[in-house]
Design a protein around this ligand. Structure first.
Ligand SMILES: CC(C)(COP(=O)(O)OP(=O)(O)OC[C@H]1O[C@@H](n2cnc3c(N)ncnc32)[C@H](O)[C@@H]1OP(=O)(O)O)[C@@H](O)C(=O)NCCC(=O)NCCS
Length: 184
């Protein structure tokens, strides 16, 4: 495969497509995170469990980029449900009005990854923007490790703001919580 970004075609997958795309999502994850799979939180097994949880929510969608049928990267997201624990791990709690969720207010972007040959080609941003296109939510949130300063800077260039650190699970790293307004 050559890293011809213009050849990348984007496909949007809803919940009904999950059985067909699941092995692709897992395989790309295992390649992109190959050097971290020994860490329990980053293991393939835990990724599969997280994916199953995220994809059990209505409104889950993935955008996958392909060249000649080969996946080059993807992003997936689903809306935060009422009673979500997404905001509960904030080290400095947000005001109540900022953490109220009704299942339609906030899209959570859970994964974005691109295989090495397509890094720095603009494909990641295309995948990301395609995923947000047409979404009905008013805002989108994601978590990024604050030590990954260049990735965080990328998200800031894409319109996200850092609204504070959180630890989503007891054995998870501390993440910066990023928020971008989609519509007023
Ligand atoms: C995040 C990602 C999709 C962005 O793709 P992109 O827009 O093409 O941007 P790049 O890959 O060129 O990354 C931008 C910079 O961040 C750095 N970077 C990327 N992923 C990183 C990571 N996981 N940790 C630390 N730095 C990282 C890159 O080295 C690059 O630095 P450089 O400009 O000095 O070369 C892609 O880098 C990726 O798949 N990374 C691995 C998975 C990941 O970390 N996803 C984000 C989770 S929040």
């Amino acid at each position: 495969m050559s890293a011809n970004a213009d050849a990348v075609k984007l496909f949007r997958h809803g919940l009904a497509d999950l059985p067909a795309v699941q092995s692709t999502l897992v395989a790309v994850y295992a390649e992109v995170y190959a050097d971290q799979l020994a860490i329990p939180f980053h293991s393939v097994e835990r990724f599969e469990k997280r994916l199953a949880g995220h994809a059990s929510r209505p409104g889950w969608e993935a955008v996958v980029g392909y060249v000649d049928g080969e996946p080059v990267g993807y992003a997936y997201a689903s809306p935060l449900p009422q009673g979500t624990r997404w905001w509960a791990g904030m080290l400095n709690p947000l005001p109540e009005e900022d953490r109220a969720e009704d299942g339609a207010r906030t899209l959570a972007l859970f994964e974005l990854m691109v295989r090495h040959p397509w890094r720095g080609t603009g494909v990641a941003q295309r995948i990301h923007e395609e995923l947000l296109t047409g979404r009905p939510e008013e805002r989108v949130t994601l978590l990024v490790e604050p030590t990954h300063v260049k990735v965080k800077a990328l998200y800031e260039r894409w319109g996200y703001e850092d609204i504070g650190d959180q630890r989503p699970f007891p054995d998870a790293p501390v993440y910066a919580t990023m928020l971008r307004t989609l519509r007023a």
